[in-house]
Design a protein around this ligand. Structure first.
Ligand code: PDD
Length: 281
């Protein structure tokens, strides 16, 4: 079955779907995106993703003419046309094609692309067995709360992790603080099962999965603290894990060469993973 993509008003073969060579996403990284998870063919937490999309668009002074209801219809149609029951749906809005000039075009013709593909994080091996992460310097700009397509530092960090045989790179900010991963949020479990993740700020992306996990943890009576933590603290933690739309909740068993806990997914992580999977199924 051939894949179908949506590009600026048209559903077309994924193989031939393309945007203009002077699209500002390609020349300036001048665009924002969202990744939605689909479970049983339905988009998970779409309102939270659209709320974040609105925040990203506003932060970059971009005004989309399409309503949320229309965007939802397009996303659902791309998911349906690609027969994705479990998978991911990608949406990107850029400031569109315009003669190359750093300043914004006077009347931008925003470009919108949507793709979908299958993936199965709920049953995949990494969620059950856990992963290794490396640490590396956080070289990103100062507005990491905006889900911008300018992802070069994230790409370089993830590549470094891949070369080292690790799943993710945890990014280290000033004073040894871990902000988050290259494409996921970072968590540790401290004494008495206290779950710790970086507080919301311009230093991290406010993950939709992060916020859902915070919610399920609190309603299950798990003690949660939103605060910064250092690499040293993470390496001494009882457990560690990461969260994202593309991988849900994944245990972290090694940080660099340090074994976390007994090197296997810990009880708090497993519990939160189970609770999270229950909320989306
Ligand atoms: N990544 N932090 C960063 C830098 C991210 O890119 C992501 C998401 C997250 C987790 O956010 P959420 O739970 O809303 O997916 C945190 C997506 C999945 C991606 O780029 O593929």
């Amino acid at each position: 079955m051939s894949r179908i993509a949506y590009v600026n008003g048209q559903f077309m073969s994924h193989d031939f779907a393309a945007i203009h060579i002077e699209d500002r996403a390609t020349q300036f990284g001048d665009g924002v995106y969202e990744v939605f998870a689909a479970v049983k063919g339905k988009l998970i937490d779409s309102e939270l993703h659209f709320d974040r999309l609105d925040r990203s668009l506003r932060a970059l002074e971009m005004e989309m003419s399409l309503s949320r209801a229309t965007l939802k219809l397009i996303l659902r149609e791309v998911v349906r046309l690609n027969r994705v029951t479990e998978g991911l749906c990608y949406l990107q809005v850029s400031r569109g094609a315009a003669p190359r000039n750093h300043t914004f075009p006077n009347k931008p013709s925003y470009s919108l692309i949507v793709t979908a593909r299958r993936s199965q994080p709920a049953t995949g091996k990494i969620g059950i067995e856990g992963v290794h992460v490396i640490t590396t310097a956080d070289q990103r700009w100062q507005r990491r709360d905006i889900k911008s397509v300018s992802l070069l530092p994230n790409v370089l960090a993830k590549q470094k992790a891949a070369v080292a045989g690790a799943f993710e790179a945890w990014l280290i900010h000033n004073n040894g603080i871990i902000t988050e991963g290259s494409h996921s949020n970072a968590w540790i479990v401290g004494d008495s099962g206290t779950v710790i993740t970086h507080h919301e700020s311009i230093d991290i992306l406010s993950g939709v999965t992060r916020n859902r996990v915070l919610q399920v943890a609190r309603s299950d009576g798990v003690k949660v603290i939103e605060r910064a933590f250092t690499v040293a603290e993470a390496k001494q933690a009882h457990e560690a894990f990461l969260t994202s739309t593309s991988s849900f909740v994944v245990p972290v068993t090694h940080i660099d060469d340090t074994v976390i806990g007994d090197g296997r997914p810990g009880p708090v992580t497993k519990r939160l993973r189970g609770l999270y999977l229950r909320t989306i199924s």
